[in-house]
Design a protein around this ligand. Structure first.
Ligand code: AMP
Length: 114
């Protein structure tokens, strides 16, 4: 059996987190090291390692989590201006290899990102 990812441990309540939203397919938690006044991680419960591992069979899940972004930003009162970000691979800044969408808001963002 492979070891659980950090986010699986959070999903299984083995590690505490501040849960913003949860359903059968995904969970949204506050990031422990926020980069903006609102910084939420939206995580599919299925432990897909990274975005580029998504397959055609995951299309319902993909639609589900992207639709959930628009619910989570409403819950967090940032639905007018927000940024979503997915780091895919270590050189793109991915540290936790369990796919997650960063949802950030509550401040002005610049472009390009660092
Ligand atoms: P990434 O670099 O895209 O893999 O993002 C991983 C994110 O997980 C970072 O923003 C971390 O701050 C966040 N993180 C790490 N450990 C925890 C934790 N225990 N609870 C909530 N967020 C965490």
């Amino acid at each position: 059996m492979t070891e659980k990812t950090l986010f699986e441990k959070i999903i299984d309540r083995e590690i505490p987190s501040k849960i913003i939203y949860e359903d059968d397919f995904c969970i949204a938690i506050e990031d422990i090291n926020p980069q903006a006044p609102v910084h939420v991680l939206l995580i599919p419960k299925k432990p897909i390692k990274k975005f580029s591992d998504f397959q055609k069979k995951d299309k319902d899940l993909i639609a589900h989590i992207f639709l959930k972004v628009n619910e989570v930003v409403k819950i967090c009162n940032i639905s007018k201006n927000f940024r979503i970000n997915i780091n895919n691979g270590a050189e793109a800044g991915q540290e936790v290899f369990h796919l997650h969408i960063h949802i950030l808001g509550g401040r002005k963002f610049s472009w390009p990102p660092g």
